[in-house]
Design a protein around this ligand. Sequence first.
Ligand code: UDP
Ligand code: MG
Length: 322
Amino acid sequence: MNKTLYIVIPCYNEEAVLPVTAPMFLDKLNSMINKDLCSPQSRIVFVNDGSKDTTWDIIQKLSQENEKFTGVCLTRNQGHQNALLAGLMWAKDRCDVTISIDCDGQDDMDAMDEMMKNYHDGCHIVYGVRSKRESDTFFKRFTAESFYKFMRFMGVESVYNHADYRLMSSQSIQALSQFKEVNLYLRGMVPMVGYKSTAVYYERNERLAGESHYPFSKMMNLALNGITSLSVKPLRYITSLGFVMGGVSFCIMLYALWSKFFGETVTGWTSMVAAMCLISGIQLICLGIIGEYVGKIYSETKERPKYIIQETTEDNKKDQAE
Ligand code: UDP
Ligand code: MG
């Protein structure tokens, strides 16, 4: 089968893990070429997301040693989602199909064979879904699973337990490129692209080296970004809450009037304070949510670039040849 596959891997400060996983990715790619699942022109594309350590040096060295390794270097750290998009957009004009995966070896590389088989059977998008999360700590598992459930409740349709390990045909990436938003949440956007899709199940391992760049605070950030970028349900919930509060207030008013006219007026200081605190708290939360959306509109209207490519190992090779 003569389809060219580019494996896109975002990397941020990964000098500890890259020398371990790069040969594993190469072995995987070679085995897929040998099985005729992809063409010998297939490549492994590392996207250096403004790392502050020697990650880019390692990528450059890898690309000199073996032509199957390619590197794209961004001008600064743009975050995982933007780095991944940079890699996909760069790859889409050079290959037929891409697989995106993290560089830490947590996602089972062997699932790629099945992804490619599904691609040859006509699927444009294949989601890698974690069947178990036994290697994660209880806290990580609990927060991650709550994350998906909460996202669904908030009106964001995303594939349960799927991170960004997925196959995408260049055609589907072309379609994705028409989504112009600056605030990215690819897991929610890719299902909107459409096309025939399926899922492949795998078990997630522990990081082979180095440390996670997704602590709880960043995950909360991603969730907030995903919800406010893809859904207006929270605003609708606020409206519903407004109606409920309005109804409750009306009943309290009736009760107050009734008490006044039928002689049970006890000066209710505690209940007044409690009601005021509760209502002002709810109002502040609602204002905050609306503020999030206003902020999002602000950053979208500026239309700043999501990433800027500084150099690639291909350019460097060309320079050397000239
Ligand atoms: N990453 C990135 N830019 C960032 C943070 C992370 O490109 O600002 C990459 C990182 O190198 C890795 C992937 O995103 O390949 C997933 O990050 P990590 O493994 O730290 O997250 P976790 O698996 O713990 O959720
Ligand atoms: Mg990881």
